[in-house]
Design a binder for this molecule. Structure first.
Ligand SMILES: Nc1ncnc2c1ncn2[C@@H]1O[C@H](COP(=O)(O)OP(=O)(O)OP(=O)(O)O)[C@@H](O)[C@H]1O
Length: 283
């Protein structure tokens, strides 16, 4: 670990253990856009980029359940993907005590293999021993509830069936750092109750949990701490109940076009719960 490791640079104590730290994460996506100025002209291609994360710094510890709140497009999923190592940041540093697992996404499955074979592949790829994978297999099959289709190639599955299998595989693990993007962890109604229970079990076993949810209430109820992202900036990092309540008031005010009240809520959150080290805003 070099001097750029935020855990060292910020002189953070390791009690409870810091499981993941990120310093000054910046992210820009480059998107190819094709432009056709008139129907008679050939289209030209140009690329557009925009800052998605603008200097996000944070550290999380064992036993914490960290919620991410923010409007659509504020960068919550992108931040999870960067922290999980699934999306390289444009700049900045992430250090983690173990490979974070993004629920339902980290398991890379093979469409030509059957569901059953993918269970083997997924569990071994998540670092389970062959013995643990063997014992987990039945539990996974039951939770996925795909019946005989489990012996069919995964490419024959509907997207919902694939999502169920991926979800069932990922909740069988014992991750030290678990990330849940609620938008990705859904199933149909019959799957809903069982998946909720399995997720609850998993959360109790995990060390540090990050949760993205559009319901501020879920964050208030489930999390110990909340991060508020606004257009790629981390504006607040504090106790889940207080941060989520201010965010709720902010979103409600915006929906009613009360922009002064919304600005007041964000300013109060920034003053009361400043993040560990705000990066300078990208120009
Ligand atoms: N693969 C991508 N390529 C280009 N732009 C992207 C990509 N993924 C996300 N973005 C853009 O990055 C910004 C942040 O998106 P992100 O999905 O991280 O936000 P979010 O807060 O999770 O949103 P939501 O609440 O709607 O799920 C958005 O403007 C989005 O359009």
């Amino acid at each position: 670990m070099g001097a750029s490791n935020p855990v060292d640079a910020w002189h953070l104590s390791d009690d409870p253990k810091v499981t993941i730290a990120a310093e000054n994460i910046r992210l820009r996506y480059t998107v190819q856009r094709s432009e056709r100025r008139s129907p008679l002209r050939r289209s030209s291609r140009s690329s557009v980029t925009g800052p998605v994360l603008r200097g996000v710094s944070l550290a999380a510890r064992e036993g914490e359940m960290v919620g991410l709140v923010g409007l659509n497009g504020s960068g919550k999923s992108s931040l999870l993907r960067v922290l999980a190592g699934l999306q390289p940041a444009t700049s900045g540093t992430v250090v983690a005590s173990a490979q974070p697992q993004l629920l339902g996404v980290s398991a890379a499955l093979v469409p030509d293999l059957s569901g059953e074979d993918n269970i083997w592949l997924g569990t071994l790829a998540m670092g389970m021993s062959p013995d643990d994978a063997y014992f987990a297999k039945e539990r996974i099959e039951q939770l996925a509830g795909l019946g005989d289709a489990i012996r069919q190639p995964m490419r024959t599955y509907s997207s919902g069936m694939g999502a169920r299998l991926r979800f069932a595989i990922s909740v069988a693990a014992d991750p030290e750092i678990l990330m849940i993007d609620e938008a990705l962890a859904t199933g149909d109604a019959s799957f809903g109750e069982r998946s909720k229970e399995a997720m609850h079990d998993l959360i109790t076993r995990a060390g540090t949990v990050f949760l993205v949810s559009h319901a501020a209430k879920t964050i208030e109820e489930m999390c110990t701490r909340a991060l508020w992202l606004d257009r790629g900036l981390l504006v607040a990092d504090g106790p889940a109940e207080e941060v989520a309540a201010l965010y709720r008031y902010y979103a409600h005010s915006l929906a009613q076009n009360k922009t002064d009240a919304a600005a007041g809520a964000i300013a109060r959150a920034q003053d009361s719960f400043p993040p560990i080290a705000l990066g300078a805003e990208e120009q």
